[in-house]
Design a protein. Structure first.
Length: 488
């Protein structure tokens, strides 16, 4: 296929060159009706390229096949059989994938470290989750993705499960052995869905972890806006094999997706694919080299340690690791990742990625260079110079994995839509949660609808909020009260 072509971008050029006049949405009519104050911030070109996908970019019947050609090129670029674009983020894409595998009251194996969007899919579809436990690093208080043995045991116990879902890489960059998990699923005749939201770059360099399609997964969901050059909400999901019909996957996406997709998002996805095919190897040569140098420089800063393969990979831990996620342990400084991230934003205008009770992180991509690397190192060094301002840090009461793992006693959907009440957090232990309680980022719920709350998880969330944790999806974001199933 001709990867120098970018069908969406080329159709946009043709739209402008032909001087087409629209009596259709969007109502700003290529910016003519937009407030000049808005255009001064967003730019005229944003509005000029914000056109209808149908009866705009393409004609009424899609006879030019603009989107179909762009999706076929993307599939060819990464070695998938089918690719679908989404302008609603991977939060939608993963739901479409789940609904292609299981329906109401059917079982789906799900790694318990799943993103909140997966839990939303369970609520919407009424799927019965069979939770597969992650691998817990007790020394570092960190969960890695479940391994193949855990999925194999779950399939033996639940032979009626319709498929499995695993999240890899995690936001911390740790990866499971996808080939082994896919083989385990296929031995039982069921498909594997991979939430690979953090892995858009993986197909384009051999020194990065193996990506889902190469490992034999059936569906892979990828957020191009996270590690690629897509605009926010730009996502793709790929399909291969014969366990899920492409028509089924497309119909599930159509059920959930918008009927007004953003051509801007489509264009960025299309252009990113061309960029990666033509220049991805060289771009990631540079990015991986920069990451290696940065790791060495940060490791030399007193009180900081950059986690790497030796920390995260091995028996009982992850199978692989993405070196572009710089996970910095700041606990020797006597403070938290929350405080470090907030201080760096306030004093250096640098936004770090995810932070927890002992770590903060910087996400590198092909867009970083020596200047951004230097700014990061300068900010981290400055933290050490002013660390007394960050002490004492409030202590987060992190439970052991046994206490962190709550019992699922109701379907997520039944609990979410059940009769609820709001109770003080001190009285919520033993009650069934009717909401997600999700430290964010990374967005992995500590408690789900239908799980029975315990004192340990409640203390973890409350102490976390006091220390700087954000729990944005709770009805009470301070977690002073909790939404639970009403009694009686």
């Amino acid at each position: 296929m001709d990867h120098s072509s970018a069908p969406v971008l080329e159709a946009l050029v043709a739209y402008h060159e032909e001087g087409q006049l629209a009596f259709t949405p969007p109502g700003h009519k290529q910016g003519l009706g937009a407030d000049p104050r808005i255009r001064a911030v967003l730019g005229d070109d944003v509005f000029r390229s914000d056109v209808l996908a149908i009866s705009g970019l393409d004609d009424r019947t899609s006879s030019k096949g603009v989107l179909a050609k762009a999706q076929a090129l993307m599939a060819d670029a990464v070695g998938a059989q089918h690719t679908f674009f989404s302008t609603c983020g991977s939060s939608l894409s993963v739901k479409a994938a789940m609904l292609s595998v299981a329906g109401p009251h059917e079982k789906l194996l799900v790694g318990r470290d799943a993103h909140k969007s997966v839990v939303s899919g369970l609520v919407l579809a009424g799927i019965v989750p069979v939770w597969v436990d992650p691998q817990w690093d007790a020394e570092r208080h960190l969960a890695h993705p479940p391994n193949a043995d855990a999925f194999r045991a779950a399939l033996r116990e639940h032979p009626d499960a319709r498929g499995a879902l695993v999240t890899t890489p995690t936001p911390y960059g740790t990866c499971s052995d996808l080939a082994a998990i896919a083989a385990t699923c296929h031995e039982h005749g069921v498909p594997l869905v991979v939430d690979e939201a953090w892995g858009a770059h993986l197909p384009f360099h051999p020194d990065l972890p193996t990506w889902a399609m190469d490992a034999g997964a059936d569906v892979c969901v990828t957020s191009v806006h996270k590690m690629g050059s897509g605009l926010e909400q730009g996502s793709v999901f790929h399909l291969q094999g014969d366990l899920i019909e492409p028509e089924v996957l497309k119909s599930r996406e159509d059920l959930l997706g918008t009927t007004s997709p953003s051509v801007l998002v489509y264009a960025a996805l299309d252009g990113w694919r061309r960029q990666m095919v033509e220049h991805g190897r060289a771009l990631y040569d540079d990015a991986l080299s920069l990451a290696s140098t940065l790791r060495e420089r940060i490791e030399k800063i007193d009180g900081m340690h950059v986690h790497g393969r030796d920390d995260f990979c091995g028996p009982g831990r992850a199978a692989d690791f993405d070196p572009l996620q710089l996970i910095v342990d700041v606990s020797p400084l006597g403070t938290t990742g929350y405080r470090v991230a907030d201080w760096i934003r306030g004093h250096h205008r640098i936004n770090l990625h995810l932070s927890d009770h002992r770590r903060t992180s910087a996400q590198l991509t092909h867009a970083d260079d020596a200047d951004s690397a230097q700014a990061l190192v300068t900010a981290l060094r400055d933290v050490v110079e002013h660390v007394d301002d960050l002490r004492p840090a409030a202590r987060v009461e992190v439970p052991d994995p046994t206490s962190l793992r709550l019992e699922q006693v109701m379907l997520p959907r039944d609990a979410f839509f059940g009769t609820v009440e709001q109770v003080p957090w001190q009285k919520a232990a033993g009650r069934v949660s009717a909401e997600m309680l999700t430290p964010y980022p990374p967005g992995i719920p500590a408690a789900l609808p239908g799980e029975r709350l315990n004192a340990e998880v409640l203390h973890y969330l409350r102490s976390g909020v006091e220390a700087g944790m954000v729990v944005p999806d709770a009805a009470d974001t301070e977690v002073r009260t909790v939404r639970v199933i009403a009694e009686g």
